[in-house]
Write a protein that binds this ligand. Structure first.
Ligand code: ADP
Ligand code: MG
Length: 225
């Protein structure tokens, strides 16, 4: 089966006071459709940088990425933004929900941006939230949600537009161990049902081991096992 995402020869450096900081040296790997991958690596090894590049939020200095058969490097910003909205979902360590909106409205928002009707967006949002065991929390604003609940809402928002790829940057990093396991289990189950592939950065050896495959970012390169 063709890969959902193929990265080849990715390089990225930043200008630093001491000179060029080469973060990604030659990153190559692939993600198959529906696969659940973890990515581990020391702090500062470039995991977030790589996720930003894979999600079209940043550009590599060299190399190519193909997502769902389309090259991300030769296309303009408008096409990149459209691809991002259509095919990629993001979850971060902090939930980044909009504080004035309810859980339901937060999950509706990306769908409204994509042009869905309010009724359709609300239906999809309510369905996702109930499958994440948040049916009773739909009308809560983020301040009235626990940390684990807020992260589950962030997961629902990331999946609202039916992306084929979810990029998760330490999504359980702010949670205690038990809550982290629960959020991980629900994330995994929902992504399986939604046929979304996942690349999840984590510092938890236990969670990394529970994934289909583990990528390690070390010295600017990806090692897979
Ligand atoms: P990780 O997520 O693995 O902890 P990051 O991708 O955040 O690592 O960062 C990798 C390295 O690149 C770090 O040394 C960081 O300081 C540096 N870096 C990241 N983003 C920038 C930037 N916009 N400008 C300069 N340096 C950056
Ligand atoms: Mg990071």
């Amino acid at each position: 089966m063709a890969a959902l995402l193929e990265a080849a020869g990715l390089c990225k450096s930043f200008d630093a006071p001491a000179g060029k900081l080469q973060v990604l040296r030659d990153v190559a790997f692939e993600i198959r459709s529906g696969e659940f991958l973890s990515m581990v690596g020391e702090s500062g090894s470039g995991k977030s940088t790589l996720l930003q590049i894979l999600g079209t939020l940043d550009r590599p200095d060299a190399g190519d990425i193909r997502l769902d058969g389309e090259s991300l490097t030769g296309i303009d910003e408008r096409r990149r933004a459209a691809l991002r909205n259509e095919k990629v979902g993001f979850v971060y360590q902090a939930h980044h929900l909009i504080p004035e909106l309810t859980a339901l409205e937060n999950v509706m928002l990306p769908q409204l941006v994509q042009g869905k009707s309010a009724a359709e967006a609300a239906r999809r949002a309510a369905d996702l939230l109930s499958r994440l065991h948040l049916g009773e929390r739909q009308a809560h604003t983020p301040a009235r949600l626990s940390g684990g609940e807020a992260q589950r809402v962030a997961v629902a928002r990331a999946l609202a537009n039916r992306p084929c790829l979810l990029l998760a940057d330490e999504p359980t990093g702010n949670l205690d161990e038990k809550t982290a396991r629960e959020v991980f289990a629900m994330l995994r189950q929902l992504c399986r049902e939604e046929h979304a592939a996942v690349l999840m950065v984590t510092h938890s050896a236990a969670l990394a081991e529970a994934c289909d495959r583990r990528l390690t970012l070390r010295e600017g390169r990806i090692h897979s096992r």
